[in-house]
Write a protein that binds this ligand. Structure first.
Ligand code: AMP
Length: 214
């Protein structure tokens, strides 16, 4: 099964991705994570990416698609199951992904769209904390770690993403409306669009997903 996750930042894509990777054994491809890895390397490219992410604007289609192409080339998971999280974010990326998957004779099965209310999104993102080591997600009030700033899963340190502040979240939402929303029509036209309610919390979301996949 090959799936694309769509929806504004904070709609719950990260939580759903955990369910899909653990329960349905899909390999997780997050372009946001890949870009943050590039930043960690401290290269000139990393510095450029950091300035774009901090402003909440998109990195170039060419760069992101190249990263995805390198990641899935000759990957055995391509046939078993892949989950694209945060990619595609433009119609150009969606078309390029279709071409990449067609070449590998492993087409996309469906795109899963999640929408959530904007005040909930703001609360989720400003309170989100991420494990520096394993990427596990926490929330200061909804899902606090047992010890402050320490990951329950691996003991790594928790941090707040630089783009999870109110000003950048608003910019990201605008970028989403302008660039990413048209992708929904793109997959709708292909009859590949499915919907889940991003206002649900993880346990209910997992149930809704299971019912949808039946
Ligand atoms: P995410 O972790 O998916 O919320 O992505 C964080 C940031 O990385 C976004 O706000 C963009 O600046 C950048 N980014 C991630 N994925 C893409 C993509 N597919 N195309 C362009 N920029 C991206």
């Amino acid at each position: 099964m090959r799936v694309v996750l769509l929806g504004p930042p904070g709609a719950g894509k990260g939580s759903l991705a955990s369910v899909l990777t653990e329960k349905y054994r899909l390999a997780h491809i997050s372009t946001g994570d890949m870009l943050r890895e590039e930043i960690k390397k401290g290269t000139a490219l990393g510095t450029e990416i950091k300035s774009l992410i901090t402003k909440g604007v998109l990195v170039s289609d060419t760069l992101v698609t190249k990263l995805v192409e390198q990641r899935i080339a000759h990957d055995p998971d391509l046939k078993k199951g892949l989950l694209f999280d945060g990619f595609p974010r433009t119609v150009k990326q969606a078309r390029d992904l279709d071409v990449l998957l067609a070449k590998a004779d492993a087409p996309l099965d469906f795109a899963l769209n999640m929408e959530a209310d904007s005040d909930l999104i703001l609360k989720r993102l400003t309170g989100r904390r991420v494990c520096r080591k394993c990427g596990a997600l926490f929330h200061v009030t909804n899902k606090p770690p047992l010890s402050p700033s320490v990951c329950d899963v691996c003991g790594g340190g928790l941090y707040q993403r630089t783009d999870d502040n109110e000003e950048t979240i608003k910019a990201r939402m605008q970028v989403y409306q302008a660039s990413t929303q048209p992708i929904i029509d793109y997959y709708n036209r292909q009859h590949k669009l499915k919907k889940l309610d991003g206002n649900l919390e993880t346990a209910d979301l997992a149930q809704a997903l299971a019912a949808m996949l039946k």
